[in-house]
Design a protein around this ligand. Structure first.
Ligand code: NDP
Length: 309
């Protein structure tokens, strides 16, 4: 067996090095230079050229190189026999929690406004929100959202979650499905989106959703750009219903130079860096799945094609 890496525009050196370091004898191939594609049963993929998978007639596993799999599932010609897996490395959850805490704290302590004041040499003390007076709503309490919710709760915030199935999380009330959505939104002073991108969740951050949030609510989207209806966000901030947003993901990445988000004083932008897969740690799970596939054992981090995540 061998592993083929199928991506576009990604520096693969750290991945090849990490795989080779852990498994020197492994045959690592890179699309499109690879040959003998009928030998390949295991592929690593990120943002692959659509249609590339069908060139591998014997693919049994497609492993995402990150937590998301929307980039794989959007291929209309996915090999039917292939199992799709994703990275569930604990480092991803830790990094995501640290990043979202930074964004939440930036908002409650008003740090962005002090940066603007500093540029104008203005000494302008203002009040701030106390953690215990703020409720954070985490949309999607899966691998990442659960850790984010727990860590925010640890530093004093009241935290609620929203998921499609019921779950018990200590100190975190989890609202479920469409029936629980309105009450979840009504309680969220800060809304963090950590949903997977599926048919059900695309465009979920829209005007109807925003209107159900308390006046002055703040939006954090660290999931996928397609969750957000961009114009709705701008309008709801400009109307004063929302106090602002921190966005790490966008419909088009890199965010185009002429995009109105760049200039908007109440929208903070980061370039999709909330939590980056670390090849050095992620390859352990990948190689474990590679061995499991070889030994006909169940794989970890598998994705349901019906649910889309
Ligand atoms: P998981 O699949 O582990 O969790 C998804 C959560 O969303 C689950 O709680 C699930 O509910 C819930 N959910 C899914 N569909 C619905 C729905 N229709 N209604 C209500 N709840 C729903 O995902 P991860 O935590 O691993 O990752 C979340 C997303 O974070 C990724 O898909 C990716 O887009 C993004 N991400 C962003 C990164 C960045 O750097 N910006 C880095 C890594 C990931 P249930 O538990 O009931 O199934």
């Amino acid at each position: 067996m061998s592993i083929t890496i199928i991506t576009q525009g990604k520096d693969l050196t750290p991945w090849v090095n990490a795989l080779k370091e852990k498994r020197p004898e492994l045959n690592v191939r890179i699309y499109p230079e690879d040959t003998n594609r009928e030998d390949v049963e295991f592929a690593l993929a990120w943002n692959h050229p659509i249609g590339a998978f069908k060139k591998y007639p014997n693919l049994k596993c497609i492993s995402s190189m990150g937590a998301g799999v929307d980039h794989i599932l959007k291929d209309p010609e996915l090999p039917e026999a292939a199992i799709i897996t994703r990275i569930t490395d604990p480092n991803l959850a830790k990094d995501m929690a640290e990043f979202t805490i930074a964004l939440v704290m930036n908002h409650v302590r008003g740090l962005s406004s002090f940066k603007i004041a500093e540029q104008k040499q203005l000494w302008k003390p203002t009040g701030y929100l106390r953690t215990e007076d703020v409720t954070v709503g985490v949309m999607g309490v899966g691998v990442l959202g659960t850790h984010v919710a727990r860590q925010l709760n640890k530093i004093g915030f009241k935290v609620n979650g929203w998921a499609s199935t019921a779950k018990e999380l200590e100190n975190v009330e989890v609202y479920v499905g469409q029936n629980g959505l309105n009450a979840f939104l009504a309680a969220s002073d800060i809304l963090i989106c950590l949903l997977p991108l599926t048919k059900e969740t695309a465009n979920i951050l829209n005007k109807d959703t925003f209107r159900k949030l308390p006046e002055g609510a703040f939006i954090i989207n660290v999931a996928r750009g397609e969750h957000l209806v961009e114009q709705d966000l701008i309008e709801m901030i400009d109307e004063g219903h929302l106090s602002g947003a921190s966005l790490d993901v966008f419909r088009e990445e890199p965010l185009p130079k002429q995009h109105p988000f760049w200039e908007h004083p109440k929208i903070n932008i980061t370039p999709h860096i909330a939590s980056i897969t670390n090849p050095a740690t992620a390859v352990s799970q990948i190689l474990d799945n590679y061995d499991r596939l070889k030994n006909n054992e169940p794989l970890t981090g598998t994705v349901s094609l019906t649910k889309g995540y």
